[in-house]
Design a binder for this molecule. Structure first.
Ligand code: HEM
Length: 362
């Protein structure tokens, strides 16, 4: 609702808006979000990044609640997780929602990467945003890794032992990951700080850069057989970004419902308190493809394999420089991507079926 009011001093007429949304819009400029975007930008494959973002919001909310009861000291950590499960009202549910969201966020981030790769959206002028995305993926895995250690069960203690050995292997570069870095704060406590301060800070910087670049460059053109990275799509198209936001929230609520059901049916697991030196567990599923490399080459295989994979990902926009977006016109890189994915699935499947084996030197 709006009323026209005449200013006595100048004689000008100004519109004063009264409705709740009008009032809010006038102050926050919300209608500016209804800028034009191409129609394909609102389809599910192009919403996967947004769904991942909603997943991170759920992780922050549940993470803040868990942090009220978790004790990041080796002497108390495992007991505090037991307390969250058995003593804190809804503690088991909140912990399980955090656990399942983390798993699904890794899946949606990887599916988002596969979409961006398939539609050639890493091409000029989006190379930097692809690299920012590679950084976001590394941070996401860093969250899962440190989160695994925090439980301080057998899996957590073994994950920490790997962390230490990798730190030692990296020498000066890896000193933060070793117990020697600080004599006053235990390494578990420092990894907890990594989980709740350093990684969120790095994530915030990179996600701001990611979203800024998407806004500045527009979404990549639809990958039709004739499409090239030109022309610019910024604020072009018949659809509206507000629909994108509505769908993002809608899919986000679906994600929340799914993790809620998973959390009720299969609460997050917790093993026995960890015994240092023993190696009887396998890592979470997203790290399984590197497990056979560790079987064969030891801890060097684990480190080398991860660096190699991330280097390959970072190189993608610099190797595939043709103007074409459609997968049919970028056959060799798409085939290379499929081969890499199949290798990762085979390595992961092999690790899943094999028995846990000792790798560490300690
Ligand atoms: C892990 C957290 C991540 C979040 C929250 C995120 C979020 C987003 C969002 C919201 C978009 C807008 C379009 C869409 O949803 O598809 C987007 C686009 C994009 N993302 Fe990500 N992303 C993440 C990871 C990645 C990764 C791992 C890569 C690649 C290595 C990547 C590369 C890109 C690129 C190049 C675009 C522009 C795509 C286009 O214009 O079509 N992102 N991201």
């Amino acid at each position: 609702m709006a009323t026209d009011i005449e200013l006595k001093s100048t004689g000008q007429t100004v519109e004063v808006r009264h409705g709740f949304w009008d009032t809010l819009d006038e102050r926050l400029g919300l209608s500016g979000l209804a800028y034009p975007v191409p129609e394909h930008a609102n389809s599910l494959p192009y919403l996967l990044g947004g769904i991942t973002l909603v997943g991170f919001v759920i992780l922050i909310g549940t993470g803040v609640l868990l942090a009220q009861f978790y004790h990041p000291h080796p002497a108390n950590a495992h007991d505090s997780v037991i307390y969250i499960i058995t003593g804190v009202p809804f503690g088991n549910f909140i912990r399980s929602v955090h656990f399942w969201t983390a798993n699904l966020v890794v899946m949606t981030a990887v599916l988002h990467l596969i979409r961006v790769f398939t539609t050639g959206s890493y091409k000029r002028p989006r190379e930097v945003n692809w690299l920012v995305g590679v950084g976001l993926l590394a941070i996401t895995l860093g969250f899962v890794f440190t989160g695994t250690v925090l439980k301080w069960d057998q899996e957590g203690v073994e994950a920490l032992a790997h962390n230490r050995e990798i730190g030692e292997l990296l020498g000066l570069w890896g000193v933060w990951f070793t117990s020697e870095f600080s004599r006053s704060v235990p390494i578990l406590t420092r990894l907890y700080l990594g989980h709740v301060t350093l990684l969120p800070a790095a994530f915030t910087v990179l996600i701001i850069a990611h979203v800024y670049l998407i806004k500045q460059l527009g979404i990549s053109p639809k990958a039709t057989p004739e499409a090239t990275y030109e022309p610019p799509t910024k604020e072009q198209g018949r659809a509206r970004f507000t629909l994108h936001l509505r769908r993002m929230v809608g899919y986000g609520l679906l994600l929340l419902t799914l993790v809620g059901i998973l959390a009720l049916v299969w609460p997050a697991p917790l093993g026995q308190a960890g015994v240092p030196g023993a190696e009887v567990t396998k890592p979470p599923w997203m790290f399984l493809p590197f497990y056979p490399l560790e079987d064969i080459f030891g801890i060097r295989g684990l480190l080398g394999g991860s660096i190699f994979l991330f280097a390959l990902l970072a190189l993608v926009p610099f190797v595939d420089r043709s103007p074409w977006l459609s997968p049919g016109k970028r056959r060799w890189i798409v085939i290379a991507g499929i081969i890499l994915l199949v290798i990762l699935i085979i390595l992961g499947g092999y690790a899943w079926l094999s028995r846990p084996a000792p790798h560490l030197m300690e």
